[in-house]
Design a protein around this ligand. Structure first.
Ligand code: NAD
Length: 492
């Protein structure tokens, strides 16, 4: 591995995300040699704490994620961590952080390379970015990099996202901003590009002549849990569709990039999103459906979860149809769905091919069942793999066909070695590779699409709750696809 030189400054450095994901991911990068001697990590948050107490908390976070921490390796790593109490809303207060950064820069010979990671409530993103610049925390060394990493959510509609982006742009250029969408850090999401552009067999059929429809399902088994106060303000459309689903869909829909670089890939994703049909009121109402989970046994319905108002109209489920008005996809819909309290926890993509134009096996007295569609499934999680459903002859003297499956599942040993999304994404930030982050044009097209759905929904009081826990959502999600004489490939 190539050793990288950087100073990491984490805002929200004592938060859940930092302890649960970010520090363990940095440790993995350290163990693999991507970080060695020339790095330092500064955590900040409002609470008072000394370096030693912070290091103890970091050690615990490594242990909690399954690392052996009574080792020289772990102790050496942790010795690079520093803490500074800091209130992000107090501009004058940034000076103390600046002093610490400058000191660490010298001590570890960091050459001015800085990564600012905003892992806290989004209302602070704009202020922090501005103060980083005005208070001199960004390195002025012209050979060094300053990079800003932003957690989700990026706005709650197009207007607020634009406002946030305008605020960030006052301090950072687009190529210095890394907007996290952790789905882009998942092995099998990255594999979409390998599958498509590495295989003639796949890419030559990847269009509306051969593909009937594509289905993307992000299914969660749990209810809202402890994120209720955030979630109730957001809902499934903003929390899952605008970001993760739109990103997955754009990777599935884009044209082949000129080269495998962030600039070329982003350009193609943006082009795809530009041809996504933004619905008018009537089409938004027919092409998107929403749901909220009811109660089962002694489990409360969504409206009786802690911190959820009893009259909440927030959707915990969305299903919809997306249409691209371009040469490749015209006439081939993308169906998407996501929700909480569904039958199982998984993410998958089902690519449903057209049936042969003529079924020569279906002659009059034939016993054969009609030919099934070929389906290519990408299993994203919990198990990674592919499956291809083909038609083959049954093993007997007659001539009947039956669907068979070619399966490739990544084995458990290999899965354990698969880097966590945050490890990959932090590595990408150190390299300055923006491939697996959302660019501003992508975010803005996605919001413009989603805003239209939201606008229509806000006009009508929904009839909630409307689905049973551990199902695959409301009846409306079935009707949505059956209306087009199709069905969900994953069904109960
Ligand atoms: P958290 O509430 O656990 O942590 C927030 C941190 O910000 C704490 O360290 C707190 O002390 C600090 N803070 C709050 N106000 C401050 C102020 N005025 N000045 C300085 N520090 C202040 O939040 P989290 O769960 O770690 O989430 C962080 C970000 O990551 C959010 O944007 C969230 O949406 C996003 N995110 C979190 C998760 C997750 O699994 N936790 C997943 C995806 C995205």
């Amino acid at each position: 591995a190539t050793e990288r030189t950087a100073l990491f400054l984490f805002f929200g450095g004592t938060g859940d995300l930092a302890y649960r994901k970010l520090y363990p991911s940095l440790f993995n990068l350290y163990r693999k040699g991507n970080l060695r001697t020339h790095f330092a990590v500064v955590g900040t948050s409002r609470q008072a704490m000394d370096h030693e107490k912070f290091r103890a908390a970091v050690k615990k976070s490594l242990a909690d994620s399954g690392n052996r921490v009574e080792s020289k390796e772990a102790n050496d790593f942790i010795s690079h961590f520093y803490y500074q109490a800091h209130d992000v809303t107090d501009t004058a207060h940034y000076a103390v952080v600046k002093d610490l950064l400058d000191k660490l820069d010298k001590k570890y010979k960091l050459q001015g390379n800085r990564i600012f990671y905003l892992s806290m409530a989004p209302q602070f993103f704009g202020t922090i970015a501005q103060d980083l610049k005005t208070q001199g925390l960004m390195s002025s060394n012209k050979d060094a990099f300053n990079r800003l990493v932003i957690e989700k959510p990026f706005g709650r509609d197009y207007d607020s996202a634009k406002q946030l982006n305008d605020a960030l742009s006052k301090s950072f250029d687009e190529n210095q901003i890394f907007r996290i969408d952790h789905y882009l850090g998942k092995e099998m999401i990255q594999n979409i590009e390998a599958l498509r552009f590495g295989n003639t067999l796949v890419e030559s059929l990847w269009n509306n002549r051969y593909i009937d429809n594509i289905q993307v399902t992000l299914s969660e088994k749990l209810g809202v849990e402890e994120r209720a106060s955030y979630y109730d303000n957001s809902g499934a459309l903003r929390d899952m569709v605008q970001n993760h689903i739109m990103q997955i869909v754009s990777l599935l829909a884009m044209e082949q990039p000129v080269a495998f670089t962030d600039t070329d890939i982003r350009a193609e994703k943006v082009k795809a999103l530009r041809s996504l049909r933004v619905y008018n009121v009537a089409d938004a109402a027919t092409n998107f459906v929403r749901g909220q989970y009811g109660s089962i046994n002694d489990q409360p319905d969504y409206r009786h979860e802690d911190n959820v108002p009893t009259d909440s109209t927030t959707e915990t489920f969305v299903a919809g149809k997306l249409l691209f008005d371009n040469y490749r996809w015209s006439g081939t819909p993308f169906y998407v769905r996501t929700g909480k309290m569904l039958a199982d926890k998984f993410t998958r993509v089902d690519v449903v091919f057209k049936r042969p134009l003529v079924d020569i096996f279906a002659f009059p007295q034939s016993q054969s069942t009609p030919l099934a569609a070929n389906v290519l499934t990408i299993f994203v999680e919990p198990h990674a793999g592919f499956s291809l459903q083909l038609n083959a002859k049954t093993n007997d003297t007659g001539f009947q066909t039956e669907p068979i499956k070619l399966d490739y599942l990544v084995d458990a040993e290999k899965s354990k070695e698969t880097p966590e999304p945050y490890e990959r994404l932090l590595h990408d930030v150190m390299k300055g590779d923006g491939t697996n982050f959302s660019s501003w044009p992508e975010v803005s097209y996605a919001w413009k699409f989603v805003d239209q759905i939201r606008r229509v929904w806000d006009l009508q009081e929904p009839n909630f709750p409307n689905y049973t826990p551990h199902s695959m959502g409301p009846a409306a999600a079935e009707e949505l696809i059956q209306r087009d004489h199709r069905e969900w490939i994953y069904r109960l």
